[in-house]
Write a protein that binds this ligand. Structure first.
Ligand code: ATP
Ligand code: MG
Ligand code: FE
Length: 349
């Protein structure tokens, strides 16, 4: 089926068009620059930016795909989780588009959309797979037995998301927002073993009873305290060493838990997604340790890893292909939508 997907859960206005498993266009407008001076995404600013960006993004995506809106078989939209005001803009636009075109509408889960992105990367995708989604808004470890019917949350962050931790440490180090790429760059010449920062919740006992939650606030505090103490002692701070040691701690926790889950559930596949996957050290360590463990790693291209509309369209296309009925119009934005709700069907009258 030919599907247009709308994604507005955070700061990217994403419009993607797919035909089944084939990507036709993936237009992304980000309001990242507008948030830079605040050091993080400001919800009202994001919502307003979506409102302005949606119409031109839809036009661009349709033109690039070389289709007409009437050709569409369905419209898809992220209904959650994410920023409530930002989600509402996309949901409103999707309903208006679906009603005006008289096309079915699929309201889907953003996190499951991140997993569906892999379909568009080519090659046959195999399930079950463990999936690690790391971005500025989420740090989630999932067990995907079936994309359209069985996704289990193994763990998520109990405080900061991984990308958020990068952004906050960058700020402490005086580096600009977004902090992830800056830390990555600064760390390149640093020694990852210079400072041993804490690995939150990663003892075997923490991972017992099938819980794989993450915590990065202790790490953030440890880095801040280390810098304060060095300053108080008048020791010069090697930014590269701090960045490399911090990055190593985050990467170590993420990869250790993801591979532990692969082992525990007997799943030799690991899918990576989210904007933090751009991190060079994370890719490197994940690939190396997975190879040792006999786990196959999949990393879709970055344009499909960060928030985008194509992954939302791809998920809806899979739902259609497996006989799922469209959502009714009686659904809304749900900022805390659980990952087990792959599609939000709405209330039937
Ligand atoms: P969401 O959580 O809804 O997916 P988001 O916009 O916060 O949305 P992304 O756009 O996927 O997330 O990713 C942005 C985050 O990724 C920022 O926190 C940024 O610092 C981080 N990031 C980007 N590049 C890197 C990198 N090379 N290393 C570490 N973190 C990175
Ligand atoms: Mg973003
Ligand atoms: Fe996301």
């Amino acid at each position: 089926p030919l599907v247009l997907g709308i994604e507005t859960s955070c700061d990217e206005t994403g419009i993607g068009i797919v035909r089944g498993r084939t990507l036709l266009s993936n237009t992304i407008a980000s309001s990242m620059d507008e948030h830079a001076r605040y050091g993080g995404v400001v919800p009202e600013v994001a919502a307003r930016a979506h409102l302005e960006a949606l119409q031109p993004a839809i036009e661009a995506a349709v033109a690039e795909a070389g289709i007409g809106l009437d050709d569409l078989d369905a419209v898809a939209v992220t209904s959650g989780p994410g920023l409530a005001g930002a989600l509402m803009v996309g949901v409103g636009a999707a309903k208006a588009l679906a009603v005006s075109l008289d096309k079915p509408l699929y309201a889907v889960n953003h996190l499951v959309g991140h997993i569906a992105a892999d379909i568009l990367a080519g090659d046959e995708v195999e399930y079950p797979t463990v999936a690690l989604l790391v971005s500025g808004g989420h740090t989630s470890l999932l067990l995907v037995r079936d994309l359209v019917s069985d996704v289990e949350l193994l763990g998520e962050t109990v405080d900061d998301a991984a990308g958020e931790a990068f952004d906050k440490i960058a700020r402490i180090l005086g580096l600009p927002y977004p902090g992830g790429p800056e830390i990555d760059r600064a760390a390149a010449t640093g020694d990852p073993t210079a400072i041993r920062f804490p690995r939150g919740l990663s003892r075997a006992s923490d991972m017992a009873e099938h819980r794989y939650d993450f915590s990065f606030s202790g790490l953030k505090t440890a880095v801040a305290r280390w810098i304060e103490q060095a300053e108080a002692a008048g020791t010069p701070i090697d930014t590269a060493d701090v960045a490399a040691s911090f990055r190593e701690a985050v990467v170590d926790v993420l990869v250790t838990k993801a591979l532990d889950a692969c082992d525990r559930f007997g799943v030799p596949r690991l899918l990576l997604g989210g904007g933090v996957i751009a991190n060079r050290r994370l890719r490197e360590v994940a690939l190396a340790r997975a190879a040792e463990a006999g786990v196959a790693v999949r990393i879709p291209p970055l344009s499909l890893c960060t928030d985008n509309g194509a992954m939302i369209a791809a998920l809806a296309a899979q739902l259609m292909a497996t006989g799922h009925a469209p959502s009714t119009l009686a659904f809304g934005a749900d900022s805390t939508l659980p990952v087990t709700e792959i599609q939000v069907a709405g209330v039937t009258a």
